[in-house]
Structure formats: C-alpha cells, structure tokens
Design a protein around this ligand. Structure first.
Ligand code: IPM
Ligand code: MN
Length: 359
C-alpha cells in the first residue's frame, strides 16, 4: 500500500507562492520516484488574506494545520500591512499555539554556492542551530509605564522555564547524537551578564549532558563571541543550542555565510506534533512575479519536511539534486543572479532527481 502524506501548503505573500510551487513540483517528483503519494492542503494565509478578510489565522484553518503532520510555508508579509501585525498574528501565533518549540536551522555551504567569507576552510561549513522557539523575549512579557511621557518606562522580559529549556536541550543533544559528526554541542548564551536566564540554561545543559549524553562533548560560547567564530572558523561547529532571541540573530549571520537567503531553510517543529517548514528569506515583494527569486531555500525546506515525514532517502536525493542544480545550472544564488528563472530552477532540480532515479 502506498503511503500518502497529507501536507499543509501556505504560499503566503510576495514571492512565497512562486517558491512554494517549485518546492511542491520537486516533492511530487520525489513521491513518484520513491513510491509515496502527497496530498496538499492549501491555506490562503498571509497579508493578502488579512487585507481581504480581516482574518489572521481563522480557527478552522488552525485546527486543520494542527491535525496535519507538516506544513510548507512560503512567506508572510506585505508592505501594505503595518509591521508586527502578521508577524505576531500569523507566524508567532502558529509557533506559540502549535507549541512549535524547536526552530531548526541547518547551515550548510553547498559546493558551488558563493560564500562571502574570503577563505573557507577545506572542511567547509556544516552545522545546525537549534533555537528555542516559544519562550525568552518573544513571550511578550512586560509593558509600559507612563507611556508617551518623559518618565516613560518600557519593560521587556525574557521568560525561561526549566521545562522549555530542558525540552530544547534534549532535542539538541539527540540531534547531535543522530547527526553522528563531531558529537559536539555548543551552548550559545551570555552567562557573564544575563546571570539568571543563562544560569538556568547552563545548569540544565550540564546536568543533562552528565546524566544522559556522556558521548557528546559540551562547549560553551557567549553569543557575541560566536558571531566572531562564525566568520573566523565556522567549520569547527557541529550543533549549537540557544534561546529564541540569540537564535534569531545568529541564524541570520549563519544564513549569509551559507550563501544567503536564496539557500537558507528552517523548520518550526513540535517533535511530538506538527511542524512548519519555510525558506527563511521572507516575501521579497520587489521580486514578486519577476522570475528572479531563488526557490532553492523553499526546496530545501521541503527537503526538511521530507525528513520530518520519515522520507529521509527521498530527502537525501532532493539534496543531491539541489547540489547538482547549483553546480551545473545556476550562476549564483542571490535573487536576480541565478542565470535561469525561478521555474527553471525547480525544473532542473526535478529533472536531476528523476534522472538519478533512472540511472
Ligand atoms: C525568523 C523571523 C521571525 C522571528 C520574525 C519574522 C517574527 O525573523 O523566523 O527568524 O523573529 O523569529
Ligand atoms: Mn529572524
């Protein structure tokens, strides 16, 4: 009997629908080659939907997304909607309400991808950032006092729970073990200044490591120092675990050293529930409809979705087809510099994927 994967598809705004269409094209080819079926469930979420209907995430859509094993999201955000509304009302809403407590960001410099670092060590760049995705500064705890007066006070608190920290660390330790590479997990924090939050993280990290993961080497870097090391010696990392805010910042730096937003993918995952995979680049409004946006990041997000669905063999084949396309068919990875169009990139990845299956 053929397995059918029901997956959510949120094209969203700007170039989101264009890149998601290419990713789904490749997913259908992977299904053909590896003998499973895909049943997409489309959700019209995002800025356009909000402007048309006033709805952010309607309850019925929320329940459907929750029920599905995984969803692929293009991008959410449009210049006509004030910053903050869609971020809070759609992206963060889904992360929090679906309890997608892991933000997983593989950082891999594929052969043939231009890297802004002048020298890249022969070991290349291949690490993973595990970012806590539902706590910290993102909780929205705090408030104003005497707003708009000269005595105004604004407080923004970072919330760190033992449960939230532990489940993130557990995922990171497990990921380090199953990657089977350097067996090294780096905690990225700020223990020298933020002495409450990072005291908790550090204690939880050491306790869990000692008790359950003696095979994993533990490292610690301050967040400021890690930005420096990303540039100086990115090849020395394996898995990095950090909180929500630091993870947000360091993964943008990580994206640029892996070749930029054209290639950077991520997943918002509840390991016991559903997950949302996305290219991290956003909706890129100026590129909408031009054929100049790079779908590789969306295809990479779909590859992560395949892994999540247990189709790891298909996922690996998709990654090889992406690398093939990057090396032989594309002149660059930035928008407008690919040498071929958005649709052609999708076609080439699909063709390489199918050709390898016939070889
Ligand atoms: C990300 C984004 C989001 C974040 C924004 C759009 C809310 O920057 O996924 O990294 O800050 O987490
Ligand atoms: Mn970010």
């Amino acid at each position: 009997m053929t397995t059918t994967h029901d997956v959510g598809v949120i094209g969203g705004d700007g170039t989101g629908p264009e890149v998601v269409a290419e990713a789904m094209k490749v997913m259908r080819a992977a299904a053909d080659r590896f003998g499973f079926a895909v049943r997409p469930h489309e959700f019209p979420l995002g800025g356009d939907h909000y402007l048309r209907t006033g709805e952010l995430v309607p309850d019925a859509m929320f329940s459907e997304i929750k029920r599905l094993p995984a969803t692929l999201l293009g991008a959410v955000g449009t210049p006509e909607v004030k910053p903050g509304i869609l971020e809070k009302g759609v992206l963060l809403y889904l992360r929090f309400e679906l309890d997608l407590y892991i933000n997983l960001r593989p950082v891999k410099l594929y052969p043939g991808v231009p890297c802004p670092l002048r020298e890249v060590h022969s070991d290349g760049i291949d690490f993973v950032v595990v970012r806590e995705n539902t706590e910290g500064l993102y909780v929205g705890a705090g408030g104003f006092h005497k707003k708009g007066t000269p005595d105004e006070v604004a407080v923004q608190e970072s919330i760190n729970t033992r449960k939230g920290v532990d489940r993130t660390l557990r995922y990171a330790f497990e990921a380090t073990r199953s990657r089977g590479k350097k067996k090294q997990l780096t905690l990225c924090g700020k223990t020298n200044v933020l002495t409450f939050a990072w005291d908790l993280w550090q204690r939880a990290f050491d306790e869990m490591g000692d008790a359950k993961y003696p095979d994993i080497r533990r490292e610690y870097n301050h967040v400021d120092a890690i930005t420096l090391y990303f540039v100086e010696r990115p090849h020395t990392f394996d898995v990095i675990v950090t909180d929500n805010m630091f993870g947000d910042i360091i993964t943008d730096l990580a994206a640029i050293i892996q070749g930029g937003l054209g290639v950077a993918s991520g997943g918002n995952i509840n390991p016991e529930g559903t997950a949302i995979f996305e290219p991290i680049g956003g909706s890129a409004p100026p590129w909408k409809g031009t054929g100049g946006i790079n779908p590789i990041a969306a295809i990479g997000a779909m590859k992560m979705m395949l892994d999540h669905l247990g189709e790891t063999e298909a996922g690996e084949a998709v990654e090889r087809a992406m690398i093939r396309t990057i090396q032989t068919d594309m002149t660059g990875q930035a928008a407008g510099q690919m040498g071929i169009t958005t649709t052609q990139v999708g076609d080439r990845v699909r063709d390489h994927l199918l050709a390898e299956g016939r070889a």
